[in-house]
Design a protein around this ligand. Structure first.
Ligand code: JHZ
Ligand code: ZN
Length: 406
């Protein structure tokens, strides 16, 4: 399978083929599963600019609909993370006269609410109605649209240039990334910055975190690919910082070309990426082999425990659960339910495998023998919350970076 690169037009060769998958965040209601949408989950790298991308593209209106179920404020650690980002902007970039901040994909307003409380001019660009309403309730101003070049032009005409543009776990979702970068170049003040953080290819490869691959992640960014993409559209990568969040992310800072000094971190990270072989097809092919091993080990373990009469339930229903359960063929016969704290996911099913999602009380009311931790990036927070489970002899099953029991 080959495709033209969405950024530079080079050739993208499909190196990781995980087979047919439904949408990661579809979470259908029982009775809504008859005509589920499936696509072929194939990921590859551009042989010119090295951008890692999905080969098949699902229309954004299908993915980010009114009931988009992911809430960015769904974990205490995430809430703190986003409040710190907002405070950081208030202390540094938003100190001039009448500053203006724009967030792409502002979700439930977890970041912008802090900026709104400080009385700073801001605008969230968020097409999914339910989360947009949640942010309005926090005093956040929202434009219910998808961000692209045209939106950027209209925002600039109405509000003037932006001192800060921000996006978290959304920029890599936008298949028209070229238009977003053109839009950023249009909307940013000469002294402004475009900061975004997204799951990092280096961490995904290092941890064999194949479950980060699903329909929403049109791209998996690296420092090298973002540097090249920025350059094409009159921007410059001036900083990159690794983050722990979401199992390993990178925060990129772009500025108008030549406007700011480039941090030495950029060069250091580029060297590290070269040493890790991130720009090579062979690295992705090796990743695909390791993903198959994880799949075989996890399936064997779950089947074996089930055959021994052990009760296993799932913990957390992140979008990732859709990839891992569909890829491994794990359904409600092996995992009768998965618990998740997000109200909009409860009472629904994991797409494709139809494992029911229930409230966390279903877990604590009747502890199983084993809990398969799908929200592995929240392990610390969840294990602390569910200490009693382990104290009573319950064991956690993890599959990142390999299958193990703790
Ligand atoms: P979590 C999200 O992916 C969505 P997901 C998105 N597509 C993206 O790009 C990536 O992030 C990077 C639950 N939970 O954060 C809440 C508990 O039940 O790993 C969530 O449903 N109890 C935008 O969906 C899920 O786990 C808890 O105590 O992979 C975690 O989802 C905690 C802490 C969480 O994101
Ligand atoms: Zn390319």
């Amino acid at each position: 399978m080959h495709n033209p690169c969405r950024i530079c037009g080079g050739t993208v060769k499909g190196s990781i083929d995980l087979g047919r998958h439904p949408r990661g965040n579809a979470f259908p209601r029982p009775g809504e599963t008859a005509d589920e949408f499936f696509y072929r989950l194939v990921v590859g790298m551009c042989d010119v600019c090295t951008m890692v991308q999905l080969l098949e593209d699902i229309p954004q209106e299908v993915r980010y609909h009114d009931e988009y179920p992911y809430h960015a404020s769904g974990s205490a650690i995430h809430r703190r993370h986003f409040e710190e980002i907002a405070q950081g902007f208030l202390d540094t970039e938003l100190t001039g006269p009448d500053p203006f901040a724009v967030e792409i994909g502002s979700n439930d307003g977890v970041m912008l609410a802090r900026i709104a409380r400080a009385g700073v001019r801001h605008l969230g660009v968020e097409p999914s109605r339910q989360v947009a309403e949640m942010s309005r309730a926090k005093g956040v101003r929202v434009l219910p649209e998808f961000f692209d070049e045209g939106t950027a032009e209209r925002i600039r005409a109405e509000h003037g240039p932006a001192d800060v543009m921000f996006g978290a776990n959304v920029i890599a979702h936008i298949s028209h990334l070229a238009s977003v970068l053109r839009g950023a170049a249009l909307l940013l003040a000469r002294t402004g910055v475009f900061v975004f953080e997204e799951p990092y290819l280096g961490s995904v490869v290092e941890k064999t975190a194949f479950d980060i691959l699903y329909d929403e992640h049109s791209f998996v960014f690296s420092v090298r690919a973002i540097q090249a993409a920025a350059e094409r559209f009159g921007l410059e990568l001036v900083d990159a910082r690794p983050m722990e969040i979401h199992g390993g992310s990178m925060r990129y800072t772009l500025a108008p070309a030549g406007a700011r000094p480039v941090s030495p971190r950029v060069g250091e990270l580029l060297e590290k990426e070269a040493a890790q072989g991130l720009g090579e097809h062979a690295t992705l092919e090796e990743f695909a082999r390791r993903a198959r091993t994880v799949r075989d080990d996890l399936t064997a373990l779950v089947r074996d425990l089930h055959a021994q009469g052990k009760r296993i339930v799932g913990y957390g229903a992140p979008a990732k659960i859709t990839t891992v359960t569909n890829y491994c063929g794990i359904g409600p016969d092996l995992i009768p339910f998965v618990c998740d704290s997000t109200p909009s996911k409860q009472g629904r099913l994991v797409a494709g495998t139809h494992i029911p999602v229930r409230a966390p009380e279903a877990f604590s009311a009747d502890h199983p023998d084993y809990a398969l931790l799908f929200a592995w990036n929240h392990a610390e927070e969840i294990m602390a919350k569910e200490r009693e489970f382990a104290e009573r002899g319950g064991r956690w099953i993890l599959y990142v970076p390999d299958v193990h029991i703790v």
